[in-house]
Design a protein around this ligand. Structure first.
Ligand code: HEM
Length: 312
């Protein structure tokens, strides 16, 4: 990561310097010159801008330190969410058809962020994917001191006592059950374990109690350490046309793009599972990925799909 990150930073810096020298007779970069939309270029250009004080600049090492965040916190999570969305769509042709009909109703291949956000069924499919297939299924916190955690509903402990708090000792690990909360029947109803985008037409009142930063869900967690990238993830931050016209290498730097990706993919292709659904297992190593056992007996992270160009 360090080797590739340093190379990318050097290449982007050289490109910015060459571009400025050629077009502006060496005036130097200013904030208004920042037009490239990929995240690393934005960061480097902002950092090189002559109208930003020295004290606000990042060192190359600090820029480099952002790369794992882009890749692990941003890219892995968002690409896994898109994979699970395709898994859900491949098993439900009616949902796939309904979504495609809505997407084909958009008169351009390059809708703006606002146009993407105005598509109700795309929104419902993305919300349901993040609810039902939360890419990060749980997280942990370590208690730094003895404490008590109040609970919403009293419970009976193993000694038969009704309790309203959970006591924790310093050093105890506390699990934050993201996926379990997203799929609670007392919040989402008896079909909470099913993938059903239509549920977002009428969100149950109980969902308002979920302290998540986005969408009545715990997918991006909540509170002061919630995900900083959730808006980026839910909808791409540039028009889809820009994203689609970029080479693959650049696309992988544009992290959060679930809606833009689904817009492009579902308009153009039909998806079907290439293996029985029960052969697709889940493996959680921070992020939950689909895994399939190959002919060599080894389980690998993959989702075999049959993909056909869509013909109206
Ligand atoms: C589907 C996409 C994503 C999911 C499901 C997701 C989920 C999460 C979760 C659950 C946390 C809290 C982890 C914890 O504290 O235990 C988190 C934190 C974080 N996420 Fe995301 N994330 C996504 C996309 C992104 C993107 C696109 C970025 C960056 C552009 C990003 C950057 C971060 C960072 C920096 C933190 C740490 C925040 C802090 O500790 O203050 N994430 N994310």
């Amino acid at each position: 990561m360090r080797r590739i990150g340093l190379r990318l930073i050097a290449e982007k810096k050289a490109a910015i310097v060459a571009e400025t020298a050629a077009t502006e007779k060496g005036r130097g970069v200013e904030r208004k010159d920042i037009t490239e939309r990929d995240l690393l270029t934005l960061l480097i250009r902002a950092n090189m801008a002559t109208d930003i004080p020295e004290s606000q600049r990042l060192t190359d090492d600090e820029v480099l330190a952002q790369v794992p965040t882009f890749i692990v916190a941003g890219h892995e999570t968002t690409s896994t969410a898109t994979t699970w969305a395709l898994f859900a769509l491949a098993q439900r042709p009616h949902v796939q058809r309904k979504l495609r009909a809505e997407l084909l109703g958009v008169p351009t291949d390059g809708p703006t962020m606002d146009a993407l956000n105005a598509l109700p069924y795309l929104d419902a499919v993305v919300r349901e994917t993040f609810r039902h297939h939360a890419p990060v299924p749980m997280s942990l916190r370590e208690a730094v001191q003895d404490d008590v955690i109040p609970v919403g509903t009293p419970y009976t402990d193993k000694h038969g006592r009704v309790r309203e708090t959970v006591e924790v000792r310093r050093g105890d690990l506390v699990c934050l059950p993201i996926l379990a909360l997203n799929r609670r029947c007392d919040i989402w109803g008896d079909d909470a374990h099913e993938f059903r985008p239509e549920r977002w037409e009428d969100v149950p009142e109980a969902a308002a109690s979920v302290p998540g930063v986005w969408g009545n869900l715990l997918t991006f967690l909540g509170g002061p350490r919630a995900c900083i990238g959730y808006r980026f993830s839910v909808v791409e931050c540039v028009p889809a046309a820009v994203f689609l016209s970029l080479p693959r290498q650049v696309c992988s730097e544009l992290l959060g793009r679930t809606k833009a990706l689904l817009f492009a993919l579902v308009r153009a292709f039909e998806f079907e599972l290439a293996v029985p659904a029960e052969d697709v297992k889940k493996q959680s190593r921070i992020v939950t990925r689909p895994v399939v056992t190959g002919p060599d007996g080894r389980a690998k992270a993959s989702l075999p799909l049959i993909i056909r160009p869509y013909r109206a």
